[in-house]
Design a protein around this ligand. Sequence first.
Ligand code: PHE
Length: 460
Amino acid sequence: MVGGSMGAAKQTSIHGQWSSKWVFVLAATGSAVGLGNIWKFPYITGENGGGAFVLVYLLCIVAIGLPIMMAEIMLGRHGRQSPINTMRLLAEKAKAHPAWQYLGWMGVLAGFLILSYYSVIAGWALSYVMKSISGAFVAASAADVEDIFSQLTGSPVKLLFWHSLFILMTMAVVARGVRGGLEKAVRFLMPALFAILLVLVGYAMTTGEYFFQGITFLFAPDFSRLTGAGVLIAMGHAFFTLSLGMGAIMVYGSYMPQNASITATSLAIVGADTVVALLAGMAIFPIVFANGLAPGAGPGLIFQTLPVAFGQMPGGIFFASLFFLLLVFAAWTSAISLIEPAVAWLVENHGMSRLRASVWAGLVTWLVGLGTVFSFNLASDWTLFGKTFFDLLDFLTANIMLPLGGLLIAVFCGWVFFAGESVAELATRPWLYSSWRFLLRYISPAAVVVVFLQAIGVLG
Ligand code: PHE
């Protein structure tokens, strides 16, 4: 395979391929839609003042996220290996510096770090499934629900139990290979999640004036409430929510059939992801205002607000259990993609079986996750720059590692990877191709650099 024209020699993946382009779209949407949309987007929007923050986030999705998603899929499909080996191979073929493979390494590290805390939050959702079924939220007041939440996060033992269970669930799927169960599951559960969000938005509408207050908060930009740090968080979240910058989409792209359109599939994934996040926001803020809760309540926001609404609506037990179950599911399909780059690499380079590779990866993630578990209770006052272990990990990964990874992917794909190759991979209309390439070469990298610089105060 080495040498010769890149176009002539097509790679195949030792891990197999998705059975159709739809499976790729489902799997990538499963990766993108997760806690980021339903848990993180509302709480960071609440902390950063609403509308203006949302506008910056949407701009980042279009101008940075979409072009980089296309680039990541393209590199993955061209390399057909784990991100580490794909970057090594493509750099070799383009006669570029071998250091490009470290981009793959940084992605694997980011995946471990993100999963370590992602799993703890998914654990909250797991525990809420049980609480919903037991009727704990029926007619509960906002204060009752806050109590339930702080009892959960205050208990290291409970958090540890749910965190461990979620890691086990994730590794069980990864060990069998991500292609097996994912297809059937995502096909039904994604639409179900979408439907239940619509139910919640419908419920939010019954709050009348508070619905308008919520919508105004979410969509009317007030730039006086947006800080420089907020801009960085909005951009970081664009990467986080689309699963970009760490190889998750690249590794899924490596299992993508050659005949699928990268442009169309990327648009579908980005569109679905954005709609889910906005629906979540539209459901949550009216409930927040109607119950006199604080939009800036932090990571507990949805866990402290939605149960109040479920507790009041007819069929609340059913809807609450279903909602948290679907949230767990959405988190699950994202978690799988966070660890797949590492597992694919262990299989390729260390000849491990998928089972062994998953056990190792799971063990390491579980251990790092203990830091997050304790940062909500025993070690909640261990802070650095005013951030707990969880806050630090979240900031480091979402706001630094993913944008940096994305920037490097844009530079590699736009400037190093041959133009002829990307024309062939994209196989789209010439004007579309040129617009994509322009965004990828100039706009996305420049935007990431400007946001970084302003965040460290260089541009004031
Ligand atoms: N996109 C996922 C979410 O929104 C999280 C994720 C980030 C998954 C990076 C994979 C890679 O929840």
